[in-house]
Ligand binder design. Structure first.
Ligand SMILES: Nc1ncnc2c1ncn2[C@@H]1O[C@H](COP(=O)(O)OP(=O)(O)OP(=O)(O)O)[C@@H](O)[C@H]1O
Length: 766
């Protein structure tokens, strides 16, 4: 009737218009009363106040103002989104460069628009969709870049890191004192050694531009690539192998490498055969060919040995053939045979021209001698920088020689370690020794020449500068991008996620056992009839089913997701793929198993408890939807929590809140006003409502049996007891769908916003 009324009003408007007959409404509008008012004043259309009110376009505007405002609003939002998207795309970078190039003659100045765009750009959390323009910039002279990257010398000077103490008035803690300087050369292996806690890992991360952001930290120093300074938190073109290596445990060595090769090199190695060749080559180089089809495993799942896992992580890092390889304790946790194997692998890579820098802890004499250079640190100070072969002589020269049978590595570590617990005199002597060694090291560091010298001829200087400019695009984090488009990223990520879900046999079996056990327990206890007592029994059973499903789905995700997040955060930080495709793939990969588990549970509980026949399919659909919503909730908690401990600590209060607001435990009127919104997003409330509506609609009860409350004859009357008589299953599906969408969106932003940030290295204070 309403629509007909509106239509009639429109027709009247069209028929009676004196100005012209074009005055027609194209969309439904609620402004007909206005239109009709205007009709009465119909007259001549002119450019007077009265006249305008008689014009057809004015009527059209009034009739459609809501739609016009909405359209303009949507267009503005779309334009804004497109602009922001464009800013994050590398096309913007290319255009900015072109305009700046053209503007060299001072044609249009200043480029304030680019300044505003750059400010917005740097604050955007999302990254670029397109990659090809970036390749144009980065690879416009591949030969020049190739030659530059074949041999890279990494210099570092005056590295200093201070940590502000939490208590006010307590002076900053000095982690690196500003004396650490050195250079890692192509074809050579540099070992960073020192006692535990001396600052080795911090030094390596500082050189690499990978010190994790902490607002209490101040980092300063200088870094050079081939004599050219590298600024801020820029990366150097390197492979960085962390001490803790995490992989998806159920993927084989070959699958892991296939996945990484495609995402990192997909745009360069266009055919599958080229990519397969690279995988083969990497496995050969790192001695992994025999284990190609072995799953990677982890502490709980038997797979590769510790040494093989370390070598796999080196292989993964070497995919883009970086000229520099940095490793944080690659031998930790390995026996001496495996440790030596890893170091020998590195030696081979150095012999091919790579620059290797590695933190190393108590190496064997043989492994130590495979290194060329040594950076020795103690208590954040430089103790020695120079050739490994000269360290013994250097220490002897300072008066700290050692007996011939003691290994060199062991001896130098003894020399730079503070003696604790052996009396005040011994400690004092060790402190004096460390100071004397540090003093000598300072002289060595002062003599180092790291920056490009003025004596270089002009041609050399020019080519290095040009190359360094290109390199900036590669190493600057804001220019890093995945090697393939988002659709290929999504396809690969979905494949990996499905593989992990389906291959996790132990987790699968545990979940099946849980579902069977719960089904049998409920089925053994509940037999629902049609007497009065069965009404509360039904409500009780449905409530338990929902609480159980929420617990299981949420706890499972909370437990497993933070581990996966650790791997994914690293992959996201190295721009292997974007958060969006990862997230969608992750969410979709969970769906099939949710259906399977719910079907197992439903098939047991339904006949055993004698829930209403004919409603099984809807029951299955509703429990599956509820499980998806619970997992999505778990994902939010997992993605915003900094660790799995925090996520697990958040779980009980969230479940308790959900139970309180499940629609039965507190009435809406008595809920504190500030908490009423929780009622609307109560997972258990919506899950329970859906199952109750499905079960009770169409049921009839006999008046026999003990009852609680008045006699209830129909399912609809029973639903009214819980205020569910006005609700429909479609309302529940709508609410759950919105909950799922909201949770996925929150998790997506949680992941994007908790992305790892790194410290920017400031120039040293003069
Ligand atoms: N972000 C940080 N916050 C607090 N302390 C830090 C931070 N980074 C480093 N430190 C401290 O700086 C010191 C040096 O740490 P680093 O990990 O570099 O030592 P290390 O020589 O590698 O030790 P190990 O051989 O035991 O791994 C340690 O006492 C460490 O606690």
């Amino acid at each position: 009737q309403n629509i007909a009324g509106k239509f009639a009003a429109r027709t009247k408007l069209t028929e009676t218009s004196s100005s012209n007959k074009k005055r027609r409404s194209f969309w439904g509008s609620q402004k007909n009363n206005v239109v009709e008012d205007e009709e009465e004043k119909d007259g001549e259309c002119s450019w007077t106040k009265e006249g305008i009110r008689n014009c057809w376009w004015w009527h059209l505007f009034l009739a459609e103002s809501e739609m016009i405002i909405k359209s303009v609003g949507i267009s503005v939002v779309c334009a804004l989104i497109s602009w922001l998207w464009y800013l994050r795309s590398e096309y913007y970078v290319a255009e900015e460069q072109d305009v700046k190039e053209e503007n060299k003659g001072g044609k249009f100045e200043p480029l304030a628009l680019f300044d505003v765009a750059n400010a917005v750009r740097s604050s955007l959390p999302l990254s670029s969709l397109y990659t090809s323009a970036a390749e144009d910039i980065v690879c416009d002279n591949p030969e020049q870049l190739k030659s530059l990257f074949q041999s890279v010398e990494v210099g570092f000077e005056g590295l200093s890191m201070n940590l502000q103490q939490k208590k006010k008035g307590v002076p900053d803690r000095v982690i690196l004192d500003g004396s650490i300087s050195g250079v890692a050369k192509p074809g050579r292996m540099l070992a960073i050694m020192g006692p535990s806690g001396s600052g080795k890992t911090t030094t390596l991360h500082a050189i690499a531009g990978k010190v994790k952001y902490d607002k209490r930290i101040t980092l300063s120093g200088k870094r050079y690539i081939n004599g050219e300074p590298v600024t801020g938190d820029s990366l150097i073109p390197m492979a960085f192998v962390e001490q803790e290596v995490n992989f998806f445990p159920h993927m084989t060595v070959k699958e892991t490498l296939d996945f990484q090769v495609e995402l990192k090199m997909g745009s360069t190695l266009k055919t599958q055969a080229e990519r397969d060749n690279l995988v083969k080559e990497l496995m050969g180089q790192l001695g992994l060919t025999k284990s190609a089809n072995t799953i990677v495993g982890n502490a709980k799942i038997r797979g590769l040995s510790g040494g093989e896992r370390k070598r796999l992580s080196i292989a993964c890092e070497m995919i883009s053939s970086p000229p520099v390889i940095m490793l944080d304790e690659p031998t930790s946790g390995l026996d001496s045979y495996q440790a030596t194997q890893v170091i020998e692998t590195l030696r081979k890579l150095a012999d091919q021209g790579k620059t290797i820098v590695s933190v190393i802890h108590q190496p064997s004499q043989h492994a130590f001698q495979l290194f060329d250079d040594l950076l020795l640190v103690s208590e954040g100070k430089l103790m020695y920088f120079g050739e490994v072969s000269k360290i013994r002589g250097h220490m002897e020269g300072l008066g700290f020689g050692c007996e011939s049978e003691v290994g060199t590595a062991e001896h130098v570590l003894d020399c730079v370690s503070r003696v604790v617990g052996a009396g005040a005199d011994a400690e004092k002597a060790s402190v004096e020794r460390i100071e004397a060694i540090a003093k000598a090291a300072k002289k060595q560091a002062d003599a180092l020449e790291l920056a490009t010298t003025n004596e270089q001829n002009e041609e050399d200087k020019d080519s290095v500068k040009k190359a360094a400019k290109k390199m900036k695009h590669i190493v600057d984090r804001s220019h890093m991008h995945p090697g393939v488009n988002i659709f290929r990223q999504f396809k690969r990520l979905l494949g990996r996620a499905m593989q992990e879900t389906l291959r996790g046999k132990a987790a699968f079996i545990i979940k099946v056992v849980q579902q069977v056990a719960l089904g049998v327990i409920y089925g053994g206890i509940y037999t629902l009839g049609d007497n009065q007592a069965s009404i509360m029994d039904r409500f009780g059973l449905l409530s338990l089913i929902v609480i159980g499903a929420t617990n299981m789905a949420m706890a499972g995700t909370i437990r497993s997701f933070p581990k996966e997040k650790a791997i994914v955060s690293n992959e996201l930080a190295s721009s292997m793929y974007r958060t969006g495709p990862y997230f969608i793939a992750k969410a979709l990969s969970e769906l099939p198993l949710i259906g399977v588990f719910n079907a197992i549970f439903g098939a047991i509980i339904y006949p055993l408890t004698k829930l209403q026949p004919g409603k099984f399919k809807t029951f299955l659909g509703l429990t599956s939807l509820h499980s998806i919503a619970s997992e999505a909730f778990g994902l939010v908690i997992g993605s915003i929590s900094p660790s799995s401990d925090v996520a697990l600590a958040l779980f009980p209060p969230i479940i308790v809140l959900n139970i309180i607001f499940d629609g039965k435990n507190i009435s809406e009127e008595n809920t504190p006003a500030a908490l009423r919104w929780v009622n609307k997003i109560g997972l258990i409330k919506w899950g329970f409502s859906g199952l109750a509506l499905n079960e009770f609609e169409g049921l009839e009860f006999s008046t026999k049996g003990p009852r609680r409350g008045p006699v209830t004859k129909t399912g609809e009357e029973a639903l009214a007891r819980f205020g569910l008589d006005d609700m429909k299953i479609s309302d529940v599906i709508g609410a759950q769908t919105k909950l799922i969408a909201g949770c996925w969106l929150l998790s997506f932003f949680g992941l994007a916003l908790t992305r790892q940030k790194y410290e920017v290295m400031h120039s040293p204070r003069k």
